[in-house]
Design a protein around this ligand. Sequence first.
Ligand SMILES: [Zn+2]
Ligand SMILES: [Zn+2]
Length: 397
Amino acid sequence: MKLVDPIIAFQAEIQQIRRDLHAHPELCYEEQRTSDIVAAQLTAWGIPVIRGLGKTGVVGIIKNGSSSRAIGLRADMDALPMQEINTFAHASRHAGKMHACGHDGHTAMLLGAAKYLAEQRNFDGTVYLVFQPAEEGGAGARRMIDDGLFEQCPMDAIYGMHNWPGAAAGTMSVTAGPMMASSNEFYVTVKGKGAHAAQPHKGIDPVMIAVQIAQSWQTIISRQKSPLDTAVLSITQIHAGSATNVIPDEANLVGTVRTFTQPVLDMIEQRMGEVAQHTAAAFGAEVDFKFRRNYPPLVNHAEQTRFAVEVMKEVVGAENVDDQVEPTMGAEDFAFFLQAKPGCYVFIGNGEGEHRDGGHGLGPCVLHNASYDFNDNLLPIGASFWVKLVEKALAPA
Ligand SMILES: [Zn+2]
Ligand SMILES: [Zn+2]
């Protein structure tokens, strides 16, 4: 492990910020206090900031030398609408809100890097420190882009990092190409005709039609998609009816589709709609088919991934780097940045939870769990990765 020495020296300061953010979680687009703290810290270290991109987003800008090269480093800032059950000193003070995805840690790691970069300035070019809101379902990344992030902050490449529970602290991982899935929702209503349950022939039973649609949809995954492509279609809600002896007018199907590529997603969305329409028509019913695309697949660019792997090896050692990590069907809005700019998104091991202070909940230390806590031992590792990435990408000629 080769950490950057000055970063180790101010670890306590960064940990204090991390724990303060953990104690005061804020949800999508409500990160007012968080962004105030980020902006105040950056300003205190002499770093100019742009505020308001993506409502609560903050971008710090560190320019050095004369090169026109520029890279972006991104941290997300938002928390989740869930109740923390940890009782240690820095546990959430806001009922029903919790930093259960470690975005407090991501923000702190990037602040640690910012402090070092502003002090040492061992690079030639521009670093944009992108603190984004609303990763958890609010598409804060897209909103920052829509608000002009890349016009105001032109950059050659952008990098992101997420803590990864279960992988040992001191390890990092990544893979080129698709690493996280697209996430999409569907809402389907089958419109039949209600009747007495003892006289089904006088109505059009939407329940049986919904069940047929549900069954047929799985054959899109198993029979129409190439077996070499990855996708999942999960129906997570079926709602219909209110009595044992009444055939209802309508039945609803709700769920999610995940894919690693846009063409596979296009095919599944189209076929789901056709199967629903034609199945309903076969029985004289109608269907209302709504399909909503949330986050696109997260696809790492090959050149930037190779570069990130080199830097990881320098920081945590080659034996602690997995450069072909198994992709996950989870989704992440950094995908929007990677659609607009070359770049790479990496995982940093968060350990199994043995780092947690006394008073932690009895659940596992995994993302989106009420017993989770970010591992503060990662602060100097993640910040060192950011710093070395900058110093290598923007090395003085
Ligand atoms: Zn999350
Ligand atoms: Zn997250």
